[in-house]
Design a protein around this ligand. Sequence first.
Ligand code: ADP
Length: 459
Amino acid sequence: MPETFDSRPRFDTVLIANRGEIATRIQKACRELGLKTVVVYSEADRQAPYGKTADSALCIGPSSAAKSYLNKDALLLAARLTDAGAIHPGYGFLSENAAFADAVEKAGLTFIGPSASSIEAMGDKISAKRAMIAAGVPCVPGPDTALADDPAAVERLAREIGYPVIIKAAGGGGGRGMRVVPEAGLLQEAVALTREEARQAFGSPSLYMEKFLQHPRHIEIQVLCDTHGNAVWLGHRDCSMQRRHQKVVEEAPAPGISPDVIRPVGRACVEACRQIGYRGVGTFEFLYEDGAFYFIEMNTRLQVEHPVTEMTSGIDIVQAQIKVAQGDPLELAQADVRCEGHAFECRINAEDPDTFLPSAGIITSLAFPEGTGIRVDTHIHAGYKVPPYYDSLIAKLIVHAPTRAEAMARMREALVETRVDGISTNIPFLRALFEDGAFARGETDIHYLEQWLKQRRAP
Ligand code: ADP
């Protein structure tokens, strides 16, 4: 066993504070590492298959997420009752909640994620931007300070940056708390509205301003850091295919970006991790326009789209995350990271393929593709009842092939072979998207999918 300089205890049991496909994914990683798992579930998830394969399974509350998956006390009690030594928060729910990370550590358990102070620092977009500028990470033009109250100063700043600008809440998230301002006449009202929204939704009126980029792509860099000062980046992903700021299809690597262009950005991300003493996995999100990268935010958790990086890098990111939480040093240096081939991920959602309204109910039968370069991350099975209370993601279909064109062809075929009956899913929409010429040529930006949908709806 490697020597660890970490005072936190090693653990042999992990409580999974999440549900759905990611609960299955984390359980698999734990079992492969020889760790026991505790599954917690709401009353609506009583039937979840991962509960049956766990070493212990406990109901932590009613269907409402606020009373179950977001109930910190219930989760800590469940950990105590089952002798769990660590809590994996997955994504969403409490994964980026600094108070929860702190409470877990104060209870003498390991939070499988970064420290509460890292979560807090990156959760405030102004302090995150400041830390990135200090580490040499390129950011969107605009100051790393909060917007002044003085209307004349705000106007001067907007003129300096140049219209269009975007006003963003420092504590914003989930695509909320931001407003684009195309011209000076609309500035003061936009600031007032966003400030009020920020105060109500995020509990802080703090705002900042930056340049609004008109046709960017969304490109992100996956990092992995241990508690011994080692950090690596595991290549990049393109997540430009978004509907209402929600990612629909992700791929790795981002097409058409030369290694020479992305390398300094990856290095800067690693440097930023060292400077802030980051531990675990994390993602730096960038907008990419006209050959330049602009940092927008850091996600201090595992992401839904981590499998495309696993497929190209060959690294099990969830296992690596757990090992780091045990205090182990990274098993690889940057020179060992080699990304090969191309991977796509489709998010299969229980929703109407035309209206995108959620579709709950019983899955009567289903079929998933199998074979070389195909992976399906899911918790569903025939007879499974999709509850109406949570995110509509029911499965992730992931493919890997030597080239982007081959990976696209593999995904097209995989989507033809995928069938989920009894409820509506977005599979028909995904099939149509993978037939699109501009997407095949890699000529898309973050607005492309919305425009594509509008055109499809036009009579
Ligand atoms: P959130 O934390 O709410 O996800 P982000 O800062 O990540 O907020 O921004 C969400 C999305 O908003 C981005 O993916 C992008 O589509 C858009 N966006 C944010 N900042 C800018 C900007 N400066 N210019 C253009 N679009 C932006």
